[in-house]
Design a protein around this ligand. Structure first.
Ligand SMILES: [Zn+2]
Length: 402
């Protein structure tokens, strides 16, 4: 899984065209990687697995009362990214969280209103809030495997994967490479650094191919992304709009300003109407309807993640936001059907069923490979004419490298 290697990007750069000729557009999941990665790993949508955003509104369960006094830090220090990173690492350790943890630029005074949704890493066994992941199934079925360690870099992960393949001891691998996403955020789609990074990934994929050819009779590669990336267009200052209202954050409402959406919770009657009316005057985004959120499988009856969402049009960013003070060159987390939102799936295995359309369905492909490993024919065969190949005779048949 290559984070942010979306449909637009693979076509523009003809990424891995020779190695992985069968490729298709995949509908992403509304939200950020915090929503997409658990959906891939579990085959379920956010309204089922309860992974959507890192922060959710829950003053009663917030583990971070101790953050409040940090608000006395001078702003010029507290808002420095390096200071925030250091504090994030410290509190992750102190709170015993294993998942992704970042305080971003959320005001310290607001943090006690929120709880963190990813206390365990979805890449580890038992890491899904509600349901099982491919990692749980691998453990349960006792299938020798490699799964990326979230505490290691993608270079280390690539090295570990090659070693595992060279040993011939694994039947399944799931590798997660996050650095293209970080680079696209920093430099945008048009930077010459993007084709350079993609060329590096191609060389990695070729190394994996060569290693598997030495040690296995066959390998099915599936390379996919969780979403794409849209270049920055306009900054939208929601903070200033809110500051001019008679209702106040912390007293009348709570707000989380993500880069591409403002999420609101209302603490008294009247604040909703006031905020909705003010948002209707803001250009560059829209209030997302209940119907849309339900169709995207991101409607939560307890409203833990929002009571109202104001979503930016593709390319626009909330600046400043609780994610940062400046815009990023690229961003994702827009309408899942906006042109640059789509994910991609590429494979050397030309029997991907037509039913693989949405991101969580990539899980079905992986489960299919596990089924074959266990001697069960493809579970998805009804979707695919002539899908079943002769089972490989070798005990060493690597079934999937994502
Ligand atoms: Zn990202």
């Amino acid at each position: 899984m290559i984070d942010a290697c979306g449909w637009e990007i693979i076509n523009r750069h003809r990424f891995a065209q020779d190695l992985l000729p069968d490729r298709r557009k995949i509908n992403t999941v509304f939200g950020y990687t915090s929503a997409c990665l658990p959906s891939v790993l579990s085959g379920s949508w956010p309204d089922e697995n309860l992974h959507w955003s890192y922060f959710f509104h829950s003053p009663e369960t917030s583990p971070i009362e101790s953050f409040r006094h940090l608000d006395y830090f001078p702003k010029c220090i507290a808002e420095r990214r390096r200071v925030r990173r250091w504090l994030s690492r410290f509190f992750k350790w102190k709170l015993g969280f294993e998942g992704y943890f970042d305080l971003f630029n959320v005001p310290f005074n607001d943090l006690p209103e929120f709880d963190f949704n990813e206390r365990k890493s979805p890449l580890k066994p038992g890491g899904i809030n509600c349901g099982l992941s491919i990692v749980d199934h691998l453990e349960e079925l006792n299938i020798p495997h490699h799964v990326s360690d979230p505490d290691k870099s993608e270079n280390e992960d690539h090295r570990d994967l090659l070693q595992a393949i060279d040993s011939g001891n694994i039947d399944f691998a799931f590798s997660y490479w996050p650095c293209l996403d970080g680079l696209l955020h920093r430099v945008g789609n048009d930077s010459p650094l993007i084709p350079q990074k993609l060329a590096e990934y191609e060389s990695w994929l070729k190394q994996i191919q060569v290693a598997t050819q030495k040690n296995y009779e066959g390998v099915h590669f599936y390379v996919f992304s969780d979403h794409g990336m849209a270049d920055f267009r306009n900054p939208i200052d929601i903070k200033r709009t809110l500051a001019n209202l008679p209702v106040k954050s912390g007293k009348d409402y709570s707000v989380m300003l993500d880069s591409t959406m403002a999420r609101f919770w209302f603490l008294n009657q009247g604040s909703r109407q006031c905020i909705e009316e003010s948002l209707l005057q803001v250009k560059g985004g829209r209030i997302v309807s209940e119907t849309e959120l339900k169709s995207w499988h991101t409607w939560f009856n307890d409203h833990r993640f929002w009571e109202l969402i104001y979503l930016m049009d593709e390319g626009n960013q909330i600046v400043p936001s609780h994610m940062g003070l400046k815009p990023m060159a690229g961003m994702h987390g827009y309408d899942p059907f906006a042109p640059h939102s789509f994910a991609s799936l590429m494979t050397n295995h030309s029997v991907v069923p037509d039913s693989i359309v949405d991101l969580p369905e990539i899980f079905n492909l992986m489960m299919d490979e596990l089924a074959w490993n266990q001697g069960v024919p493809y579970l998805l065969k009804e979707d695919t004419v002539n899908a079943i190949e002769s089972p490989l005779t070798s005990a060493h048949s690597a079934r999937a490298v994502a």
